[in-house]
Write a protein that binds this ligand. Structure first.
Ligand code: ZN
Length: 337
């Protein structure tokens, strides 16, 4: 067996691997499809989070596969079941600092529980669409935190896999006045394919004027704000917060899902007259079952989020593709590998 692991800053390798023996509370899943995540790329940049100094960090938290063995004390899960792994609901922090990662042929899921860390894949859903569950749940949580409803005007910064997922959920909830922003024309094209009011590069226009063109303007305590109800930051640009605060209307909302690595300055004083709310969203405390329930209805749109497919034997090549600004989700395929 093999396992993809980080050995140091910028140093990721496919190691030969001996999966630990499964206990009575554990399940082993034969991996079929695993997505490469932006956070995997971040982990590699800062050298991972090894449990011991000089140790390695196993990668992969967006996995789907077929149950290979089931411990005697596990209820409701059978050999052969097609399942999605919820890494947030396992005690072993799969792919985010724990001993196991999904980029392996056989994943040990410790203390597996049906409906919690192990979720059944609906009939007719491919493993690669199933493996999109994790990033789609992150995206849904960001949209849920924005507390939007039909009729609201929304701006989404960033059309990578998470931003595109957000556009998809906004569209699915009947929110039509959505502006998508990204620097990459390929990503903007994908946003347009999902269905948005407008999609453009914010650095090539007067951003405030362009947003006002679509969302209108409203008086806001002696100044004029744009009509946007909610801004969602899935990009992490250093000037996004400042730009939003300067144009935000009274009682608008902003949700930050991007990972800011450095502290940033922003004009808190200007927020006084908008009484706007800025909050964050991370992970997916409750969203995975809702994402899975939507899969049969949205499976073709979901499959369109995958820009590249690579076999596990070429996983390192896949990471290079995922780092390119024009890619969307890069899916690693274990079938026949
Ligand atoms: Zn992820």
């Amino acid at each position: 067996m093999e396992l993809l692991a980080i050995h140091g800053v910028g140093d990721v390798r496919v190691d030969s691997y001996q999966r630990p023996a499964a206990g009575p509370k554990d399940v082993v899943v034969k991996m079929k499809a695993v997505g490469i995540c932006g956070s995997d790329l971040s982990y590699i940049k800062f050298g991972g989070m090894p449990a011991e100094p000089g140790g390695t960090t196993a990668l992969g938290h967006e996995g789907a596969g077929e149950v290979l063995s089931v411990g005697s004390e596990v209820d409701g899960i059978s050999v052969g079941d097609a399942v999605i792994i919820n890494p947030m609901m396992t005690p072993s922090n799969i792919g985010s600092g724990g001993p196991e990662g999904c980029f392996t042929q056989e994943l040990l899921v410790r203390e597996a529980r049906l409906g919690d860390s192990i979720l059944p894949i609906p009939e007719g859903i491919s493993y690669e669409v199933a493996a999109l569950c994790e990033p789609l749940a992150v995206a849904m949580h960001g949209v849920n935190r924005a507390e939007v409803s039909p009729g609201d005007k929304v701006v989404v910064f960033g059309c990578g896999p998470i931003g595109l997922g957000m556009l998809l959920w906004l569209n699915d909830r009947g929110i039509t006045d959505v502006i998508a922003l990204d620097l990459s024309e390929e990503r903007l094209e994908r946003a347009r394919a999902i269905g948005v009011q407008a999609a453009f590069d914010p650095t090539k226009v007067d951003l405030r004027a362009e947003i006002a063109k679509y969302h209108g303007e409203v008086p806001s305590y002696g100044r004029v704000g744009v009509g946007t109800d909610a801004f969602i930051d899935a990009a992490g640009g250093p000037n996004i917060l400042t730009d939003v605060i300067m144009m935000a209307k009274w009682h608008s909302r902003m949700v930050v899902t991007a990972a800011y690595m450095k502290p940033i300055e922003f004009p808190v004083g200007r927020m006084l007259t908008s009484e706007m709310t800025i909050t964050t969203a991370v992970g997916y405390p409750t969203e995975m079952p809702d994402v899975i329930a939507a899969m049969p209805r949205l499976k073709d749109k979901l499959a369109a989020l995958i820009s590249h497919r690579v076999p596990f034997a070429e996983v390192l090549e896949g990471f290079k593709l995922a780092a390119r600004p024009d890619s969307a989700k890069v899916m690693v395929d274990f079938e026949g590998a």
